[in-house]
Design a protein around this ligand. Sequence first.
Ligand code: ADP
Length: 228
Amino acid sequence: MVLLLFGPPGCGKGTQSPLLRDKLGIPAISTGDLLRRESEKQSDTGRLIDSLLAEGRLVPDEMVNGLLEARLAEADCSKGFLIDGYPRTVQQASHLNQMLEGLNFPAPVLIHMDVPDLVLIGRLSARWGCPKCGAIYNILSKPPAESGLCDLDGSMLTQRKDDTVHTAHRRLEAYKQITDPVLSFYTFPGVGQVIHVNAQQQPDGVFEEIKLAIEAELLAPVRLRLSS
Ligand code: ADP
């Protein structure tokens, strides 16, 4: 089975990915991790990737496709795998399906973790820190004893620039712009299966929902149909 884990920033993908890996006994591959590893190499490609990552820009399709192709050729991927962070463009999606056909896999199953924007913005902007001692708080899951003040030294808590409501809005917009065309690509018959799960609930509930969806997919895998 080939699973593609999709979801906006703050949806809890990072929690579900290792749970699914362990439950299904397949590797969880993150293209972000593959790229970060490559960027540490002292090669021309490594240096280019390093500078793109530092600017928060997408790495060119051919580079990501090549790295992923090499990873999928490793023995632990023979029974299937889960990918997080890929595909991010329609070109990558189409390339992935060609690779899957070559490896005799069925159409990929795309799990989209749905969370309403307002909830995500709440989650993404819930982090506050103490400018004096560096202690980190989360207004939703680990609030300070006294609102707005550090438990350790009583300083007024502050937010990092990338944890504010404004930045959260921008990150969600960027996510939609990138993901919408990819999701549309997978709605064509024989290209993939898109499953939406409710990721607004506790992690256990999300995991149960994904498990049920996967079990149904395993019973009826969809054959890949390539357009070219
Ligand atoms: P994030 O969820 O914060 O984007 P990732 O670890 O998934 O974190 O990715 C880190 C960076 O790696 C991205 O911002 C992007 O620059 C690059 N990247 C990851 N996956 C891809 C991809 N499929 N195509 C192009 N660039 C990618």
